[in-house]
Write a protein that binds this ligand. Structure first.
Ligand SMILES: [Zn+2]
Ligand SMILES: [Zn+2]
Length: 87
């Protein structure tokens, strides 16, 4: 699924264009992003600078694959402004 990882980002565990949004999403160890918390990994949307914490690598990879769940920039780009949603 992920294939080869050969980017130049320091500490980057995985990255690539997300198939849902077309943005570049990444997985880092939390400490490599200067995040001091219980979370060991983070998923990052490089296009929008959004970061979400994950308890483990599996969760981080899941979040990386689903930026629409946590990146406001992706949500806006993909689904339009929030008030467009009929809740
Ligand atoms: Zn990378
Ligand atoms: Zn995004």
């Amino acid at each position: 699924m992920a294939g080869k990882h050969n980017c130049q980002h320091a500490g980057c565990r995985a990255c690539g264009h997300n198939r849902q949004t077309g943005t570049v999403t990444q997985v880092y160890k939390a400490v490599d992003q200067g995040i001091d918390s219980d979370s060991r990994f983070v998923a990052v949307c490089a296009d929008h600078g959004s970061i979400i914490e994950a308890n483990n690598l599996k969760d981080a990879h899941y979040l990386r694959a689903h930026p629409l769940d946590w990146c406001d920039g992706c949500r806006e780009k993909f689904e339009g402004p929030a008030d467009f949603l009929d809740t």
